[in-house]
Write a protein that binds this ligand. Structure first.
Ligand code: CTP
Length: 404
């Protein structure tokens, strides 16, 4: 980050206070921050506090004669290495999507030739409003990068997607954007305008308040797919079991623990164009959960198990079935036969099969893609590259499907 110049457009939302922390962290990393505040932003944080933390003066007026003679707004927009909008309000996103330029912030966004990273923050109804959905889809299509929003309690008392990401997550997204990680080998935006749901990680099925049935899934492949789908232009909902990974940038992440919670979160996120079931869902759960810790007795306890719902099969058979349903098959033997069998048994369109022993917890993966048309095996590669190759492949399948 040393020496990198961030043009930080601060929008008018309650989350603007978090931007002070973001500026502090950027400065700690020796990045230089040039803040631009909208008129509404000044209702939430003061010019003085922003100026005190930044290493630059704060710009807020398009028609300032002094500003224009010292540094014109075009130059301001080009001098940066990256433009960051936080909080990106519904109004700022709408202006950016439609090319409006009626104040300094929107003019800079229109004039810049640099990557733009936005951290949306708004009420859940505003985020879910079809107008905002359309604006977000066009911005993704234009290559604008997103971090968040997160799901959680909102300042207005409601609950849902719309909370601005925490400064640490925005910082990580800024680092990614500056590294150019967002541009790895993705031809265009193959999932532009699509809504994608991804499951990832393990599920945990409680036995008593302290013990659970679980598995060793790390969530690396599923999270990489969610991140890749967002980079490919999709609006992505990730439903994740307990993992030690950060929420991917530009994705709305729901955290769940059990298979039943995962199913409920997936069903609530439908409809979608594409569903990717990468989670290692526990097939069984305890028939009853002991309300207190099970004490060690003379006899080994007998656990009675009942079957969990098959989330992939449920989605594939639901009336709201996404156009493309993709499952994973983690196998330890007969990879291709088992993958083919799962394709039919689960009613999905694509199975991504991998060797469980070689994939779990690793950073690399070798997958075989099975469709009704046949199978193809890809070389072993990093999981984030498998993810990018997969979203490009799925984008093509969806295009071909639309053309028919
Ligand atoms: N899956 C699911 N819900 C379940 C079990 C599995 O959604 N209750 C999904 C997984 O996310 C994966 C696919 O089904 O996409 C296959 O998972 P896998 O564990 O390989 O297969 P199972 O269905 O559990 O079958 P088996 O244990 O016989 O291999």
């Amino acid at each position: 980050m040393k020496g990198k110049r961030i043009l930080l457009v601060i929008g008018g939302g309650i989350a603007a206070y978090k931007v002070l922390e973001l500026i502090r962290r950027l400065r700690e990393q020796d990045a230089s921050v040039c803040p631009v505040m909208t008129k509404a932003a000044r209702e939430f944080v003061t010019l003085l506090s922003v100026a005190a933390l930044s290493d630059s003066r704060v710009f807020d007026n398009l028609f300032s004669l002094t500003d224009e003679t010292e540094i014109g707004h075009i130059e301001l927009s080009r001098a940066a290495d990256l433009v960051v909008v936080a909080p990106a309000t519904a109004d700022l996103l709408a202006k950016l999507a439609h090319g409006l330029a009626d104040d300094l912030a929107s003019t800079l966004l229109l004039a810049t030739d640099k990557k733009i990273l936005v951290a949306p923050a708004m009420n859940v109804r505003m985020w879910e409003n079809p107008a905002t959905r359309r604006n977000v889809a066009s911005l993704r299509h234009d290559g604008v990068l997103f971090v968040g929003p997160e799901v959680g309690d909102m300042a207005c008392g409601e609950y849902g997607a719309g909370r601005m990401s925490e400064p640490a997550a925005i910082l990580a997204a800024i680092e990614d954007a500056l590294r150019g990680d967002t541009r790895i080998a993705l031809p265009g935006q193959p999932l532009a305008g699509r809504r994608v749901i991804v499951t990832s990680g393990p599920t945990r099925e409680p036995i008593d308040p302290l013990r659970y049935l679980g598995n060793a899934s790390s969530g690396k492949q599923g999270h990489a797919i969610a991140a890749a789908a967002a980079r490919a232009g999709a609006e992505v909902v990730l439903v994740s079991g307990p993992v030690a990974l950060p929420d991917p940038a530009g994705v709305v992440t729901h955290h769940v623990t059990t298979a039943a919670e995962m199913l409920a979160a997936v069903e609530a996120a439908l409809p979608a164009d594409l569903f990717v079931a990468a989670a290692a869902v526990a097939d069984w759960r305890g028939a009853e959960v002991a309300p207190q810790k099970l004490k060690k007795g003379a006899q080994a306890p007998v656990l009675r198990l009942v079957k969990n719902p098959d989330i992939l099969a449920r989605v594939a058979q639901s009336p709201a079935r996404p156009r493309l349903v993709v499952g994973f098959a983690a196998e330890t033997e007969n990879l291709i036969d088992n993958a083919r069998a799962k394709l039919a048994a689960k009613g999905c369109d694509v199975i991504v099969a991998n060797d469980a022993g070689e994939a779990v917890g690793q950073d690399e993966n070798q997958v075989t893609i099975a469709t009704r048309g046949g199978t193809e095996t890809w070389p072993r590669m990093r999981k984030d590259h498998v993810a990018l190759k997969l979203v490009a492949y799925l984008g093509k399948l969806m295009e071909a499907d639309r053309a028919q």
